[in-house]
Design a protein around this ligand. Structure first.
Ligand SMILES: Cc1cc2nc3c(=O)[nH]c(=O)nc-3n(C[C@H](O)[C@H](O)[C@H](O)COP(=O)(O)OP(=O)(O)OC[C@H]3O[C@@H](n4cnc5c(N)ncnc54)[C@H](O)[C@@H]3O)c2cc1C
Length: 375
């Protein structure tokens, strides 16, 4: 096979990789995205994005909506699995539901980079001028954007395989027939979020323009399927979603930010998105941090003047710390025993004030977080 050359090789064409490429679109750099999948491809996800995502990428939502699912969200139904629910209404659209198979392909198509799709990354060698990938692809700098199982991230963090900061999750998404729609009590503009009684995870039901998405995620959980089955039973008993209409669940994982230090920068290499472990520790939102980190990486690369040494790329790590907060030296503990925290948490989740202002406003919608300022 002939050798191909580029300045910036992005491994992974998800939201992190395509945003980084979009951020470099008029930089004069030759950017190539390598992805093992051909697009459209599925990604296990609830498909919830906050308005900040659309603003950051300057998405024309009315245009997007013409041919893609874009479900406005104005209300929520929240509670504990097995307990009572609280309704919260907002006066405007506070989030959107998208389908990842559509959204990711849309971002990839408009990012302006060359692509090599359906091609797996399998080898990496340092050379005098940068990198040789898969034996045929030469690049000056590599961006690891391959998600939770990113091979570049594994190369950079070889000893950090499994930790408590990993969320395991399962999801199913499928179109409902008109009969199934009648039997489903989940409303399109009102996603439902249900926390597990030990507050180590939550489950959701989300109806997006006729597509039902049901899922569950738990931190450090080995027995996720049992928790999923209990949740499905709860939905069935409550008459929210009849058990027989649910499709087959698919699993994935992601790492929450700030629970463990990771190497995200080295000579000629940067990690972004899930590869860097940036998902919000409160909500698991990972699309916005993926996009923000992709844009931050693009800003730093633009200023490197072709010198992709660690001392120049460290600016990226500083941007991540400034935006998402410091990493701990050791795993965080608490002086309040877990059962007491769980008791207090369950009580708070049943109150309207806490649900609106803290649970939804602060943790899920991140309304306190100022827009990303780009250099
Ligand atoms: C069940 C579940 C629900 C979620 N719900 C939400 C939500 O509603 N909202 C939200 O904001 N976040 C959510 N997240 C998190 C969100 O999905 C991720 O944070 C986000 O997809 C990260 O984007 P990314 O571009 O970093 O990685 P990804 O989207 O995972 O993209 C990585 C890309 O790299 C490619 N790749 C991987 N390995 C290789 C290789 N060896 N060679 C070549 N290519 C490779 C893959 O094919 C893929 O296209 C959820 C996660 C899960 C598991």
């Amino acid at each position: 096979m002939q050798t191909d050359r580029c300045d910036v090789l992005i491994v992974g064409g998800g939201p992190a990789g395509s945003s980084c490429a979009w951020g470099l679109r008029d930089s004069g750099l030759d950017v190539l995205i390598l992805d093992q999948a051909t697009f459209p491809r599925d990604k296990v996800c609830a498909g919830w994005i906050t308005p900040a995502v659309a603003e950051l990428l300057r998405l024309d939502l009315s245009d997007y909506q013409k041919s893609h699912v874009l479900q406005p969200i104005t209300r929520f139904r929240t509670g504990i699995i097995g307990g009572a629910a609280v309704q919260t209404e907002f006066t405007q659209t506070v989030s959107y539901g998208i389908r990842r198979c559509e959204f990711d392909e849309y971002l990839l198509n408009r990012c302006g980079a060359r692509t090599r799709l359906g091609e797996k990354f399998h080898s990496l060698e340092r050379t005098e001028s940068g990198w040789l990938v898969n034996g045929t692809l030469r690049a000056k700098v590599i961006i690891g954007a391959g998600g939770h199982f990113c091979p570049v991230a594994r190369w950079l963090n070889p000893d950090k395989g499994s930790e408590h900061s990993v969320v395991l999750a399962q999801e199913t998404e499928f179109p409902l027939t008109s009969e199934q729609l009648k039997a489903c009590r989940v409303q399109p503009e009102r996603p439902e979020l249900y926390f597990s009684p030990d507050l180590r995870g939550y489950a959701w039901c989300f109806l997006k323009d006729g597509f039902l998405n049901v899922g569950i995620g738990r931190e450090g959980e080995k027995q996720l399927s049992a928790a999923r089955d209990e949740f499905i039973q709860f939905l069935d008993l409550e008459g929210r979603v009849p058990r027989e209409i649910l499709g087959k669940f698919k699993g994935h994982a992601y790492r929450l930010y700030g629970l463990q230090k990771r190497t995200i920068v080295d000579d000629g290499v940067i990690l972004i998105g899930d590869a860097a472990g940036l998902a919000s520790p409160q909500s698991g939102e990972g699309i916005r941090p993926a996009i923000e980190s992709g844009l931050m990486a693009a800003d730093v690369l633009r200023q490197c003047e072709n010198q992709y040494v660690q001392s120049r790329l460290t600016d990226y790590q500083q941007k991540i710390l400034d935006r998402f907060g410091p990493w701990p030296d050791k795993p965080a503990g608490s002086i309040v025993p877990a059962p007491v925290r769980q008791f207090l948490g369950r009580h708070l989740i049943s109150t309207h004030w806490f649900t609106r202002n803290v649970l939804l406003g602060r943790w899920f919608l991140q309304q306190h977080l100022p827009p990303l300022v780009r250099s």
